[in-house]
Design a protein around this ligand. Structure first.
Ligand code: DX5
Ligand code: ZN
Length: 231
């Protein structure tokens, strides 16, 4: 008999490649298409060679999108600096990169104190072993499947052993993958054990985002169900 699910599939469009001049309506379009959360990419031009937006934009967005879960992907140096600003702006989860801070433990504590969920991310060049000591203290681990900084890059399948290593140890952890996810790459991420799926260009650029979201969700749910029956 199948047991209770340890984790569920959540699909979060990244709005990086959407029409940012109408950010709120692009976010609403994604939610209307079945998105479970919104993945908001913050870049500072230091941690990554690109710039996007910060907490003032998030604050305005929150006024229009009142109830969706905002997963802040903080591709910034010194992530401690923006924790309170993002909490005040209405962010739900603060995902920082372990490479960007000298004290991940303190960063985790500060995010919690600010009342947000905690995500911790690793770039492609960072070993999964680096993040292992912190996993028990966070809500989500983000395994980047492209070099952070730009949408529309190719999915790095060779990151999947990291996802597998995390899933083998943590049955109920939220494991997020970000970069190059689409209906053609989702099976690899799903098989490895990822359950929070970020997808930018494949969803936002599609004529039928609902179909793309459904395809990816079905794939992840199939794997989750199969793994439960096998246990
Ligand atoms: C890249 C960002 C991603 C990006 C994903 O640095 O973190 O969230 O928008 O876009 P796609 O799905 O197009 O790779
Ligand atoms: Zn991202």
């Amino acid at each position: 008999m199948a047991c209770q699910s340890d984790y569920t599939c959540k699909i979060g469009p990244s709005i990086l490649n959407s029409d940012l001049s109408i950010l709120a309506s692009e976010c609403q379009r994604m939610l209307d298409s079945g998105a479970d959360f919104l993945h908001l990419d913050v870049m500072d031009g230091h941690f990554v060679p690109n710039l996007t937006f910060g907490h003032p934009v998030v604050k305005c967005l929150r006024k229009k999108i009142t109830s969706a879960f905002f997963d802040m992907h903080m591709m910034v140096a010194n992530p401690e600096r923006w924790i309170q600003n993002m909490a005040d702006a209405g962010a739900n989860q603060y995902t920082f990169h372990i490479e960007a801070t000298e004290d991940p433990g303190q960063c985790i504590r500060k995010v919690r104190e600010a009342g947000m969920k905690v995500g911790i991310g690793i770039k492609p060049g960072t070993s999964v072993d680096v993040v292992m000591p912190y996993v028990e203290d966070v809500d989500m681990v983000l395994v980047m499947t492209v070099e952070p900084g730009f949408g529309g890059q190719k999915f790095m399948e060779d990151m999947m052993p990291k996802v597998k290593a995390l899933r083998a140890k943590f049955r109920s952890l939220d494991i997020e993958v970000d970069g190059g996810l689409s209906p053609t790459t989702i099976d690899k991420a799903a098989e490895a054990g990822a359950n929070m799926i970020v997808s930018g260009s494949a969803v936002v650029g599609s004529d039928d985002p609902r179909l793309v979201i459904n395809k990816m969700r079905n794939c992840v749910q199939d794997v989750i169900q199969r793994s439960q029956v096998e246990r």
